[in-house]
Design a protein around this ligand. Structure first.
Ligand code: SAM
Length: 210
């Protein structure tokens, strides 16, 4: 069983006012940002890994990229296809004086070419974008990972849908769930990565490049 988010909120150290503001904004405007419990575990794992560079797919309003920049010394590139959200992310990032550390790219991560990323390589890749497309993201961006780099994938449980028998999943979401199952099976057996599943937040896969 996962720890409840309310219980978690009372346990963890207070966050900077700008993060509290972003959490409230996300809640009021139905922007899906990382759940607190998942965020805390991701930050802890990244603190152990100490990446110098992180690529994030799925910026939304910049919450997770700013939390990573606040906790770590890494430089971050984050990609968001929704222009309105990306602009809001830039505003928050500027307000927190993190614009030197976080580069927001507006565009579809599945269509970006390497030039946009200046042929950069990354120590960590965090996938938190369109559900059901994770295999495509993974295959496209894994070649940019440095040796012994780590790929973190959030929302693996799809808010519980992943664990349901497929007949109980609403029809319009079945393809997404099937894709996610295939992705998990494929990744857990991948010869180039050691992958572990963390039952935290909405479920996270952590894959270390061999
Ligand atoms: N990582 C953010 C956080 O925790 O603060 C939350 C990201 S939200 C779960 C997913 C975001 O991915 C959405 O804002 C969505 O517009 C974006 N997205 C989905 N598919 C994308 C794609 N192919 N390329 C770029 N962004 C994408």
């Amino acid at each position: 069983m996962n720890i409840s988010e309310d219980f978690m909120k009372n346990l963890i150290k207070p966050r900077e006012p700008i993060f509290i503001e972003m959490e409230s904004f996300a809640k009021e405007n139905h922007v899906p940002i990382m759940q607190l419990s998942g965020m805390e575990v991701l930050l802890q794992l990244l603190s152990l890994q100490k990446p110098a560079s992180i690529l994030e797919l799925g910026t939304a309003i910049g919450y997770s990229s700013m939390r990573m920049a606040d906790k770590l010394e890494a430089s971050i590139v984050t990609v968001e296809r929704d222009e309105q959200k990306a602009m809001l992310a830039k505003e928050y990032i500027n307000r927190a004086n993190l614009e030197e550390r976080i580069r927001v790219i507006i565009g579809d991560a599945l269509e970006l070419d390497e030039d946009t990323l200046n042929n950069q390589r990354f120590d960590a890749i965090f996938i938190d974008a369109a559900k059901g497309q994770y295999k495509k993201f993974f295959e496209k961006y894994a070649p940019l990972l440095n040796d012994r780099g780590v790929i973190y994938c959030d929302n693996i449980l799809l808010n519980g849908l992943s664990e349901l028998p497929i007949e109980e999943v609403p029809r319009r979401k079945r393809t997404m769930v099937r894709n996610q199952h295939q992705f998990m099976e494929w990744l857990m057996q991948h010869p180039d990565y050691d992958t572990a599943f963390f039952s935290v937040g909405d479920g996270m896969l952590v894959s270390i490049k061999r």
